[in-house]
Design a binder for this molecule. Structure first.
Ligand code: MN
Length: 507
């Protein structure tokens, strides 16, 4: 059974932009939507050039449709490269292409960018193409939903397109079609604001012409700020006998009866506007002669939109369209890479700190814990908020009982090689503990009350160590009765003088 297409195409500059950089084509064998990217660098030239390059495919195809389509994409790339070669100011121009090639039974789809192809069948809309966009990659990874993608700040950013530089590598696939199917191609100015259920509502009614008009109208009403292009084609049974070479004329007659090939958007407008060459010096190569480029302002005037054109001028420098095509996914990867680097650095730093801290916890030193000598674990350095040393072992040695020089050493900390070394240091310190020699502090304190017994008392308290001399001394019997009352009344501390290093030694 031979099939044929009934089609319509419509493109609108929209309510915000001053020129239309979309191009569209609907014909017997070929449907194309191309959305030019580049703002000031003439995306309209890229899209119209692409459509013109693909237009050669609008004839009864022999052989592999996908190969033919791939060839068309390559030609589009070559033509755009020639444009840029002729006028380096066009560098950076590029275009999306979504194209469907029909051979009377099968439909082949080629696709690069974020224009879309849909199939409307049995009241249901299904999207045939997958956007080559940053947000689509996020959706694919499950990071955001389709709904979130619609409002994502970078939803316009496309990662692949046909340009003058990169190798053209479109998605290519066949779609089996049957009578009653409706194919729809559109630019993001349309699909960006109309979801599938809205599209199904519109595609479910009327002729291709009516549907195309409704799509553009609905997109504008939905508030799109972009150019809007829609191509609609119904798959219908070819009139009887319209098969084979002899029937070509019949098929053409039926197609012509409906519409004839329709070229819309920049592809249709550029050749129409025969403006002076002005900005574009020199001549162009012959086969692109029909695509006379015109300065933007004159193109606007030619389209009767001088007001819009003038109003858009201040925004020209900030046209987001110029930032639309990024062959490399930007922000996310940069951000991720920076994050990874920061994590690695932090890990190294953390690991280093941990190693360093572990090291400090294997160090020991001897120092003062209040009044007592203690063995500390850690290092005797002070970092605010970080505990670098803890008391590991307490000793019975009082700092004050040490010779002044040693006491000072202890207070500032004596480093040890390890715990055993620290214990040896403590042992040596114990040996240095001052014997209770006549003490300049205890002497005067007791003398005012009992000068004669002062010295025996001092002896007696320190005598814990050497009990023998006390009792053996002759004056003891007389001394002690007199000494004890005085000691108990006036100098209660003698048994445990806080300031006396020897006082603590006895118990
Ligand atoms: Mn667009």
């Amino acid at each position: 059974m031979a099939l044929t297409l009934r089609y319509a195409a419509l493109s609108d500059v929209g309510r915000v932009r001053k020129d239309n950089q979309d191009s569209g084509l609907a014909s017997d064998y070929l449907l194309v939507v191309a959305d030019g990217v580049g703002g000031a660098v003439r995306g309209d030239l890229a899209s119209s050039t692409a459509v013109q390059a693909l237009r050669r495919l609008d004839r009864p195809a022999g052989g592999d449709l996908l190969e033919a389509l791939a060839g068309g994409f390559h030609r589009a790339h070559d033509r755009i490269a020639e444009l840029v070669e002729d006028d380096p100011e066009l560098e950076g121009t590029s275009t999306t292409i979504t194209a469907a090639l029909f051979d009377g039974s099968r439909l082949a789809v080629g696709h690069l960018g974020d224009s879309r192809a849909y199939l409307f069948r049995d009241g249901e809309v299904s999207q045939l193409t997958t956007d080559h966009t940053f947000v689509q990659s996020l959706v694919d990874e499950g990071r955001i939903t389709e709904e979130e993608a619609r409002t994502h700040p970078h939803r316009n950013l496309i990662l692949r397109a046909v340009d003058a530089i990169h190798e053209t590598d479109p998605d290519l696939f066949y779609v089996e079609v049957a009578p009653g199917d409706r194919i729809m191609l559109c630019s993001d100015g349309c699909s960006g604001v109309l979801d599938n259920s809205r599209l199904a509502d519109i595609l479910g009614t009327g002729t291709p012409d009516f549907a195309a008009v409704e799509l553009v109208r609905a997109a504008l009403e939905a508030g799109t700020t972009d150019n809007v292009t829609a191509v609609v084609a119904d798959v219908v049974e070819a009139p009887d006998g319209a098969e084979g070479n002899g029937a070509d004329t019949a098929a053409q007659t039926s197609a012509a009866a409906s519409t004839g090939a329709m070229l819309v958007g920049a592809a249709a407008e550029l050749p129409r506007n025969k403006a002076p060459r002005g900005l574009f010096r020199g001549h162009r190569s012959g086969d692109t002669g029909e695509l006379e480029p015109v300065p933007g302002s004159e193109a606007s005037a030619g389209r009767g939109l001088p007001f819009l054109g003038r109003r858009a001028e201040p925004e020209e420098d900030l046209d987001p369209e110029e930032l639309r095509y990024a062959p490399r996914p930007p922000r996310r990867w940069v951000w991720l890479r920076r994050l990874a680097l920061a994590v690695v650095l932090l890990a190294l730093l953390g690991g280093g700190l941990k190693l360093g801290y572990d090291w400090t916890q294997r160090q020991y030193f001897v120092s003062a814990d209040g009044d007592d000598v203690a063995i500390f674990r850690g290092i005797s350095a002070e970092i605010p908020g970080v505990e670098l040393a803890t008391v590991h072992e307490r000793t019975t040695v009082r700092v004050a009982s040490l010779p002044e020089y040693r006491a000072r050493q202890v207070r500032s900390g004596i480093d040890a090689r390890d715990l055993a070394d620290a214990r040896q240091i403590v042992t040596r310190l114990e040996e240095l503990v001052i014997e209770c020699e006549p003490d300049p502090t205890s002497g005067p304190s007791s003398s005012p009350t009992s000068s004669p017994t002062g010295s025996p008392t001092g002896r007696a308290t320190g005598g814990g160590r050497t009990p023998a001399p006390g009792p053996t001394s002759a004056p003891a019997p007389t001394g002690s009765p007199t000494a004890s009352p005085t000691a108990s009344t006036s100098t209660a501390p003698p048994t445990a003088t806080p300031g006396d290093p020897c006082g603590e030694e006895a118990p």
